[in-house]
Every structure is written in C-alpha cells, then in structure tokens.
Write a protein that binds this ligand. Structure first.
Ligand code: G6P
Length: 606
C-alpha cells in the first residue's frame, strides 16, 4: 500500500528519501516519486514501476536541497501513470504525498476547478495540494491552512505537504492511516512506519487520529483536532538490523519461511509465564469472564482465526465467530452476546481490521490485538495486546506471521481452557509439550524444501488447483489456495473435503491438481475416502501429511511428509509445505514473489 517518507535537515536528502522508500517497498506499489526543495524551488522525479526506475532518474539528475518528501503509490484512484504518481504539485506552490482515500474528492475537485484550479492527475490525492494553495492564497499561515484542509476532507488518510513559502518545514497529518515522525540529530523524518526510518533514528512519535504536526530539522510540534498544541509521547523503537537484508536467500519470502522455528519460539515465549506454563496476557479472572469471542481479521490472518475457532471451541468450550473485517461493521452485527473481540493482524494497520476493532470497542466489547508490529495502530488501541514475535515480515504473502499467530492462538486456547477448568491437566500438559516441540518440528518440516521442487515444476503449468482439508485442516486448505493464487496467479480454491461431494467434485477432471491435507486424527478414514473420490475421477493428488497418516493413503501421485504432531496442531506443521509449494511454484513461473502484482502488504484503505 502507499508509503510516505520525508526528511528535513539533511544535506542532499534525495538519496536518504530513496533509501527510506526502499524500506517501504514491501508494502506493495506500482509507481514512485520524490520531491525536494532546493531553496529556490521544487525538484521532482516520478516514475512508473519499481524503484530502480526512479533511482536511475535521480542518478541522472540528482535532487538538491535539504528538505523533501517521497512516496510509493499503490493505485486506487486513476491508473498507473506518471501523472498519477505522487508527489502532486499545485501552482508550483505546494507539493503533497498521500496514503489513503479522500472520500469527498469529487466535490472538492469540482469546487476548486470552478475557481480556476487546474488538475493534472486523476487521483483523489491531488485535491490536497490545491486545497493548500487555496487556503494559503487567502493569507493563512501553513498551520492555519492545514486546519482548513483537514476540515474540508473526509476519509482515511496520512499525508505530508511541503510549501514553497515555508521551505524549512514539513506538515503531516493522519486519520486512521499510519504515520510516524522520526527525531534525529539536527534532522527529522517522517515515514508510514518506523521500518522506513530504522536506518535514520529509533526515536519515534506516533500521531493520533486527527493530529497534525509541523516538522522541522530541530523537532516536531504536534496539534490535535482543534489545532491546540499537544504533547505526544516519544518512543524508542527496537533496532532491527538486517531489516532489508535477504540473509543470503533469493527472496524475503524464502527467508521468512525458514525463520519460522525462531518466529514460533519467540512468540511462544510471549505466551509463557515465569513458571514455564502457558499464560495469556490476562488474569485468570479475566479469562474466566470470557463468555464468547468474535475474531476480526483479513486475508491470511482471517484464516488463522478460522483455525483458532476449532481450538477455542474444542478445548475451552467458548463460542467463537470469525468475521471478515471488511464485512463486519457495515452489516450492523449483533454484538451484545459477545464479551471479547480479538483483532488479528500482522501489520496492525489493515484499515478493515482496525475499523472492525473500533466498531467492536464502541459496541462495548473488550478488545484484544493479536499483532506482529509493536506500536502499530491496532496494538496501540486494543485494550490488551497479545503479540506475535515473528520479526519484520517483508514478503507480501504472509508466512512466518501466520504460524506465529497460530502458535499464540493455540496457547491462548489452552490458557482459556485451563482457566475455565474444562480441560484435564493431562490433556493440557500434552498439548503444552507439543507446542514446546513446535520450533524443532517446524525445522524438520523445512527439510522437505528441495523435495517439493519437482512437484512445483509440474504444478506451475496447471491452470487451476483444488486444496482440500477437513476439521482444523479445512482453514489451512483455504490458506494454501490463497498462497498459491496470490504468488503464482494460478486459480485455486480451498474446500472442506467432506463438502466435495456436494458440488466441487464436478470440477475434477483428468490431471487436475488436488492438494490434500491429511493428519492422523479421528477423521482420517473419512478424509481419506473423500480424497479417494477425487482420485477416482482423475484428480492428481498431491498429499501433504504426517508420518503416521501417510500409510493410510496409497493413491496419491506425490506425497510430502512432515513429522507427526498432535493432530490439533497439524495446521502449523502442514502450513510449511503449503507455503513452500506456493513459493517454489511462483519461482518456477518467474512471478514477483515478494511483491505479487496488485497486492500490498498492509492495506490501509477500506
Ligand atoms: C493484505 C496482505 C495479506 C494479509 C492481509 C491482512 O491483503 O496482502 O497477505 O494477510 O493484508 O494483513 P494483516 O497485516 O492485517 O494481517
């Protein structure tokens, strides 16, 4: 999704801005641009495509000046063209970069056009620059003009502006979209997240919704919605060396797949009490008071919630509903029978999930944020934070964050079941020891990497594929299908194995890849029969299974085996070959693995 960066106080800040933009590449984008002010006027470079194009423009014609802003754009309003790329400039007087959507841009644009403003792009963002010019023309100061602009616009946004009349300051504002201000030594910075600034400073201020700030080399002054100067806490963000480093792997995704044993171990540590037992970040009384839970999430995080529903209901006997975040608040859900909402988000910035969580909070539910990015908006706004500690996930397709989420969720399920005394100590201890074994077992599952290459080679030529699973493996089938389609652009669907006979079996024809997930659980016989039905109709069965269940199936064309684990935890282990399969198929097809087309890492628009 769009990324914003800015710097003031650094000599020739063009290169610094480009470097900061590189750190936001993981968010997904399709064009980019930078503008600086050289003391006399603006110097601007914009280009469609990857940052390498912008980089070569800047190499040919370096941008001078010690103040500037930059942007990576993920198109929402208007096609992917240079004219639509940010920064947008109005009347040679104000430049802006923007993330989010200005919902009333049409009305604003037509009003501005009527008074002579000429627009050069199809974007909603450009109105910001013209609104500033309009306000400055009436003699307002930059601060007053900002108040005017904020009063005029509706929607979710984060933006930065630089005015010709004020060449020593940036103005930034946010509402629902993320924005961080970095404080350095005689220089200040802005970024969509702290990752963009990690190489420049660890001192960060996060703006609250409807705040704006004037950012100068010597620091930032923050104003609240009423234009009153306010103090916002400065936080020290964790240093993250090697952030933009692929660690010797070909892609971030490959690296992140291999980081899963660590991601799981660190996330587990966050759910372990001083006595070495599983603990949730809540008191026993709070856990006992949970009567029912609604889980709110998008994409891969939603599939984590679907797995967790089996665990929480099965172990703790607490009813759970899983909601797609973008659907939740608009369908006016009945909320009074829920006591808790768990918002699951790797980034903590998905606007759909944030808005759903806010809706739950307004409806009186206690909110829990299960997030991977500390300091993210969901983390800051939730009543309770249950962190995953997967480390920065750069590949757009989520891998280590997913298995880390599952690790935290199974731990939470056990803690809840124990607090409610609905699990025997023997069963709780057994699951606990299996959770403890996860890092090692996931490490062993990773050894299947090379053996999956041949299967991926064949899968790469398929036009379509089915993923099947039963019980806890059903949501994993959905996630497996999502991984394959988002990375390799092969059409894929996930189904509950038992549901095949009610419709999807009609899709099976000779050679159709059917990726089947199977664990040695009590439904093994039934799940194997469902697969046999697909095999009998010509399906090319690719089996992802464990060492015990494998002996039950003699009809699969290909088999990938992971170590045996309690079937309840099988989704965590079998996620690994599903990810590797999607990854290697994408590599085989030559797609952009870390930044698949049209996708963004954290989607900050609704
Ligand atoms: C985007 C990403 C997905 C991700 C989803 C939710 O659509 O492309 O990979 O699962 O957002 O992201 P979150 O950060 O909220 O978990």
């Amino acid at each position: 999704m769009c990324g914003i960066v800015g710097a003031v106080g650094l000599i020739n800040c063009g290169d610094t801005l480009l470097d900061a933009l590189r750190r936001l590449e993981y968010r997904g984008y399709d064009s980019a641009g930078i503008v600086t002010h050289n003391g006399n006027g603006f110097e601007i470079a914009r280009s469609v495509g990857k940052l390498t194009s912008l980089d070569s423009l800047v190499r040919k014609k370096p941008l001078g000046g010690n103040i500037g802003i930059g942007h990576t754009r993920w198109a929402t309003h208007g096609g992917v063209t240079e004219e639509n790329a940010h920064p947008h400039i109005a009347a040679d007087r104000v430049v802006i970069v923007h993330n989010g959507i200005i919902e009333n841009h049409r009305q604003l644009r037509s009003r501005l056009e009527q008074v002579g403003h000429v627009f050069r792009s199809d974007t909603d963002s450009e109105v910001l620059a013209h609104l500033y010019v309009d306000a400055l023309n009436t003699g307002l100061s930059l601060t007053e003009a900002t108040r005017n602009v904020l009063d005029a616009i509706e929607g979710a946004y984060a933006f930065a502006a630089l005015a010709n009349d004020y060449p020593d300051m940036l103005v930034v504002a946010r509402n629902a979209s993320p924005l961080a201000i970095g404080l350095g030594d005689k220089a200040s910075f802005i970024g969509s997240d702290a990752i963009a600034l990690a190489h420049l400073t660890r001192r960060v201020i996060y703006l609250k919704d409807n705040d704006f700030a004037i950012v100068k080399a010597e620091g930032a002054t923050v104003f609240d919605v009423n234009g009153i100067s306010v103090e916002r806490d400065e936080v020290i963000v964790a240093a993250s060396p090697g952030l933009v480093d692929k660690g010797g792997y070909r892609h971030y995704m490959e690296k992140e797949i291999h980081e899963q044993p660590d991601a799981i171990a660190h996330s587990l540590a966050a759910m372990t009490g001083t006595d070495g037992r599983i603990a949730a970040p809540m008191s026993r009384e709070q856990l006992q008071g949970i009567s029912s839970i609604v889980m709110l999430a998008a994409g891969t995080s939603h599939y984590a919630s679907l797995v967790a529903r089996y665990w929480i209901e099965g172990l703790a006997r607490v009813p759970v509903t899983c909601e797609i975040a973008s659907e939740y608040r608009y369908r006016k859900p009945v909320t009074n029978h829920f006591s808790m909402a768990i918002a699951i988000s790797q980034s903590g910035e998905s606007l759909d999930t944030l808005m759903a969580m806010r809706h739950a909070a307004e409806s009186g539910l206690q909110t829990v944020g299960l997030v991977n990015v500390p300091g993210s908006t969901v983390a800051r706004e939730a009543d309770v934070v249950m962190p995953t500690r997967a480390g920065p996930e750069i590949g757009v397709a989520s891998t280590k964050a997913f298995t880390a989420q599952l690790t935290v969720l199974i731990s939470f399920s056990v803690a809840l079941a124990e607090a409610k005394r609905v699990i025997t100590p023997e069963r709780a201890n057994k699951i606990h020891s299996q959770i403890q074994a996860l890092p090692g077992l996931v490490g062993r599952a990773l050894t299947s990497f090379n053996s999956i290459r041949t299967i991926s080679h064949d899968l790469a030529s398929a036009r379509s594929a089915l993923f099947l699973g039963r019980d806890v493996l059903y949501p994993l089938a959905l996630e497996g299908a999502l991984k394959l389609k988002e990375l390799s652009y092969i059409h894929a669907e996930g189904f509950a194995s038992g549901e095949m006979k009610h419709g999807p079996i009609a899709l099976i024809e000779d050679g159709l890849p059917v990726i089947a997930m199977l664990a040695a659980d009590e439904l093994l016989g039934k799940a194997a029969s469902n697969l046999r039905e697909a095999s009998a109709r010509g399906g090319n069965i690719i089996l992802l299974t464990d060492e015990r269940a494998v002996s039950e199936v003699d009809f699969a064309q290909s088999v990938i085996t992971v170590p045996y684990i309690d079937p309840l935890l099988a989704p965590i282990l079998l996620a690994v070959p599903a990810q590797i399969l999607a990854y290697l198929t994408a590599v085989e097809k030559g797609t952009d693995v870390d930044q698949p087309r049209n996708l963004a890492k954290s989607v900050t628009v609704e």
